[in-house]
Design a protein around this ligand. Structure first.
Ligand code: SPV
Ligand code: MG
Length: 670
C-alpha cells in the first residue's frame, strides 16, 4: 500500500499563508497539515509515500527531510502547476502508483479513525459524510446502487458531501490512471485543467464504495476561515471521551487492537465490570476486580480504568458522559441487545454516539475463552467459588440438576430483566431428583458411588458452584470420606440434614415416621466432617428438620446455633408449610444472634415467596430444589400418551424441541 498526497496546487485562497510555502505546510495543532497526515500514515504502517509538488517545491522537500529515516518519500514535480490541475500531477506520478493507493489532497485534515476505516476497507472507497452540510465549493458524490457514480463540485440535491480521500485497489487505480492518461495526452489542453474526478466519472463500471465518516472530522482547508474551523474541531477531537467496557480477565491481541482503534477516537476510559456483574452473566472471574482494573489501567491507550457495577452502561454513561461508546458489533443480537439499545438511548439524550467495530471471530480468541472456561471448572477454582460468590453477592440462586443436560440448563439459562441478565449462580444436586431419575425412592437407597457418578456427569460439562445434597451424611465414619471425595472433585457445599435412621423425603413431613437426630450427635458429625477437610473451601451446611417434624421454631433455633458452634459453615432451614411465615420467623430470630452465617432456604412448599422477601429476612441462598425434574416428567408422559393415542409421533412433534436446538444445547467444543 502506498499513499499519494497531492501538493502541486497554488493555495492562493490562503492569502499570505502560502506566500513562501505550499498550503500543506500551514501550521495546525502544533504541527502542519502535512505533518499530521504523514504521522497518521506512519502510525498506520504506511511507509511508501508519493508527494506531488508545484510551487515552493524546494521548501516542501526541505521540510520533508525530517521524515527521511522513517518514511520513503518520492517527489514528483509538476512543472505546469500554475496552468494545470492535479489531474496532471497524478498523470506524472502514474508510474509510481503500482500498488493499492491511499489518495488524499494535501489540504485534507482528518482524524485518525477516519484513516483507520479507509485502510481497513475491503475494495475501493471514497469518504463521504452523511452528517455534514454540503458546501458549494466542495465535492459531492452521487451514489447509485451503493456505489459512487459521479464526483463533482456541481452536484446538487441528493448528492452527499464527499472528501478527496480514497482507497483504491491497484486495479481501480490503474483504470483511473488510464483515463487520466487519455485526458492528459489529449490535444485539448483544457482536459489537463479539469478535476481528476472528471476522468473518474468516465469509467462506466468502476467499483468505488462510499465510506461514510458521519460527523467525524474529514475536511479540506481552502481558506483561513476553514483553517480556524478545522483547528477548533481538532481541539474538540483531542478532548473527546471514549468509553468501553470489559468483562474479560485474559487480555489478548484482539482487545489490544480494539483499544488502539478506540484510542484513535479520543481519550479512552475503560470500564471494568465488577466481579458481581461478571458472575451474573458469565461465571466468577478468574481474577478479582482490582487486578483486572490494574491490568486495563496499564494498557497503552487507556487513560483511566473505572468500575462498571452492572452490565448496564447507564450509570457510567451518566457519570462520564462519553462522546463515544465503542463496542464490537457482536452485541446487536443475543442477550446483550437490550443493553446496546439502552446505550444508544442514553447517548442520544446528549448527542453522544455509539461506534461499533467488527467483532473478531478468530479461532484463537475462542480457544482462550474455552481455556478460561476449563480453568474455572477445575476443582481447585470451583470448590471455593461459592464462598467467593457469597462474599460478593447478598444472595445466591441455585437450581437442581440431576444429569449433564439439566446441569447445562442450570448453567446457561438466562433472561434479561430491566437491562440486567439473570442466571442461576449455582446447582443443587438433589437426592430426590437423583433418586427419581433412577426410578427409586428418596430414602438414601441410591448409594454414594451412584450419587457421585451423577455429580461427575454434571461437573464435567459445567463450571458453576455445586451444592451437594448429602442426605443425612450417613454414619459419621462414612461422612468423613464423603466430605473428602466432594472436596477432591470440587463441590462447593454439602448439606446434611439432622435425621437419623431410615430417611424419608422431608416433604412427607411427619406422615412418614422420621426421626430427628439428637443435636449433640449431629454436632459430632459436623465437627468430624470439618476436621476431615484438607482445605477450608468446601462448606458444610447443617440442615434443620425441626419445622418439618413439627418441633417448632424454638427447637430449630437452638439447634442452628449449636450446629454453627460445632463448625457448620451455613444453616439450612426447611419447611413443608405453604406459608413462608415460620421460615421467615426463624431467619429473623437467627439473625438477631448471628449476622454472619449464611442461611439457606428451599421454597418448594411455600413457592409464592420471592427471593427479595427471603433476602430481606437474611436468607442468602435460595435453592429451587426439584423444578426441572417436576416439569420434565409430565412433558414426557404427555408425549408417550400422545403416541399411544394417535398411533404415530406427528401429534407430539409440536411438543418436541427441534433437533437443531437440542444439538446446539450441547456444545461440541466444551
Ligand atoms: C432434595 O431435593 O432432595 C431435598 C429437598 O432434600 S426436599 O426434597 O425438599 O427434601
Ligand atoms: Mg434430599
Amino acid at each position: 500500500m502506498k499513499a499519494l498526497i497531492l501538493n502541486s496546487g497554488l493555495g492562493s485562497r490562503m492569502g499570505s499563508l502560502t506566500a513562501d510555502r505550499p498550503k500543506c505546510m500551514t501550521a495546525l495543532a502544533g504541527g502542519t497539515i502535512l505533518s499530521r497526515q504523514l504521522e497518521l500514515l506512519e502510525q498506520a504502517g504506511i511507509r511508501d509515500i508519493v508527494i506531488t509538488t508545484g510551487a515552493h517545491k524546494n521548501a516542501l522537500m526541505e521540510y520533508c527531510r525530517q521524515w527521511e529515516d522513517r518514511l520513503d518519500i518520492a517527489f514528483v514535480h509538476n512543472p505546469f502547476y500554475d496552468s494545470t490541475n492535479y489531474i496532471y500531477s497524478i498523470f506524472l506520478a502514474g508510474e509510481l502508483l503500482d500498488d493499492d493507493i491511499i489518495l488524499m489532497h494535501g489540504d485534507l485534515v482528518f482524524e485518525a479513525s477516519v484513516l483507520d476505516d479507509v485502510l481497513s476497507f475491503e475494495g475501493s472507497c471514497m469518504t463521504v459524510s452523511s452528517d455534514a452540510e454540503p458546501s458549494p465549493k466542495d465535492f459531492k458524490a452521487q451514489i447509485r446502487d451503493g456505489l459512487v457514480e459521479k464526483v463533482s463540485v456541481e452536484l446538487g440535491e441528493g448528492a452527499l458531501p464527499a472528501q478527496p480521500l480514497y482507497r483504491l485497489t491497484r486495479q481501480e487505480m490503474s483504470r483511473w490512471l488510464q483515463k487520466i492518461g487519455e485526458f492528459c495526452r489529449s490535444e485539448d489542453l483544457s482536459l489537463r485543467r479539469c478535476y481528476a474526478e472528471d476522468a473518474l466519472d468516465r469509467i462506466p463500471d468502476k467499483e468505488i464504495f462510499p465510506l461514510d465518516v458521519g460527523s467525524r472530522l474529514c475536511s479540506e482547508i481552502d481558506d483561513p476561515a476553514d483553517l480556524r474551523r478545522v483547528a477548533a474541531e481538532l481541539e474538540r477531537v483531542s478532548r473527546r471521551v471514549v468509553y468501553m467496557c470489559f468483562s474479560t480477565d485474559m487480555i489478548h491481541s484482539g482487545h489490544i487492537k480494539l483499544i488502539r482503534r478506540a484510542a484513535r477516537l479520543g481519550r479512552v476510559i475503560a470500564g471494568v465490570l465488577s466481579d458481581e456483574a461478571v458472575s451474573g452473566f458469565k461465571r466468577l472471574p478468574l481474577l478479582p476486580f482490582s487486578e483486572r482494573q490494574a491490568m486495563f489501567a496499564s494498557i497503552t491507550g487507556v487513560s483511566e480504568a473505572v468500575e462498571q457495577r452492572t452490565l448496564s452502561y447507564r450509570e457510567n454513561i451518566e457519570r462520564y458522559r462519553p462522546d463515544i461508546v465503542v463496542h464490537g458489533d457482536d452485541w446487536r443480537e443475543g442477550f446483550q441487545r437490550p443493553i446496546r439499545e439502552e446505550v444508544i438511548r442514553a447517548l442520544k439524550s446528549y448527542g453522544g454516539r455509539l461506534v461499533e467495530f467488527p467483532y473478531s471471530h478468530d479461532e484463537k480468541y475462542h480457544e482462550i475463552e474455552l481455556r478460561s472456561r476449563a480453568e474455572a471448572a477445575m476443582p481447585e477454582l470451583r470448590r471455593g467459588s461459592l464462598r467467593r460468590l457469597l462474599a460478593m453477592k447478598p444472595q445466591i440462586r441455585a437450581i437442581e440438576a440431576h444429569s449433564g443436560l439439566t446441569g447445562l440448563i442450570a448453567e446457561n439459562t438466562a433472561v434479561i430483566q430491566d437491562g440486567q441478565p439473570r442466571q442461576f449462580d449455582a446447582m443443587w444436586i438433589s437426592s430426590l431428583c437423583d433418586s427419581t431419575a433412577r426410578g427409586k425412592p428418596d430414602i438414601e437407597l441410591v448409594d454414594m458411588t451412584s450419587r457421585l457418578r451423577t455429580l461427575d456427569d454434571i461437573m464435567e460439562v459445567t463450571t458453576k458452584p455445586v451444592i451437594f445434597d448429602g442426605d443425612t451424611g450417613g454414619l459419621t465414619e462414612h461422612f468423613v470420606y464423603t466430605v473428602r471425595t466432594l472436596e477432591r472433585v470440587g463441590a462447593s457445599m454439602v448439606i446434611i440434614e439432622d435425621k437419623t435412621g431410615l430417611k424419608r423425603n422431608s416433604l412427607f413431613g411427619t406422615e412418614a415416621g422420621q426421626t430427628q437426630a439428637p443435636a449433640e450427635e449431629f454436632c459430632r458429625k459436623i465437627s468430624a466432617g470439618k476436621s476431615a477437610l484438607k482445605s477450608s473451601e468446601l462448606m458444610i451446611c447443617a440442615r434443620i428438620e425441626s419445622l418439618i417434624l413439627g418441633k417448632g421454631v424454638g427447637d430449630a433455633l437452638e439447634r442452628a446455633h449449636a450446629y454453627v458452634e460445632a463448625g457448620a459453615d451455613a444453616v439450612m432451614i426447611h419447611s413443608r408449610s405453604s406459608d413462608p411465615g415460620e421460615v421467615l420467623e426463624f431467619a429473623d430470630r437467627f439473625r438477631q444472634r448471628d449476622g454472619r452465617t449464611p442461611l439457606v432456604a428451599v421454597p418448594t412448599a411455600y413457592s409464592s415467596v420471592t427471593e427479595e422477601e427471603l433476602l430481606s429476612h437474611g436468607i442468602n441462598i435460595v435453592i429451587y430444589a426439584n423444578q426441572l425434574t417436576r416439569t420434565g416428567f409430565p412433558a414426557m408422559q404427555s408425549a408417550a400418551r400422545s403416541i399411544l393415542e394417535h398411533h404415530r409421533a406427528k401429534e407430539c412433534d409440536e411438543m418436541c424441541m427441534p433437533f437443531g436446538e437440542i444439538i446446539r444445547l450441547i456444545p461440541e467444543d466444551y
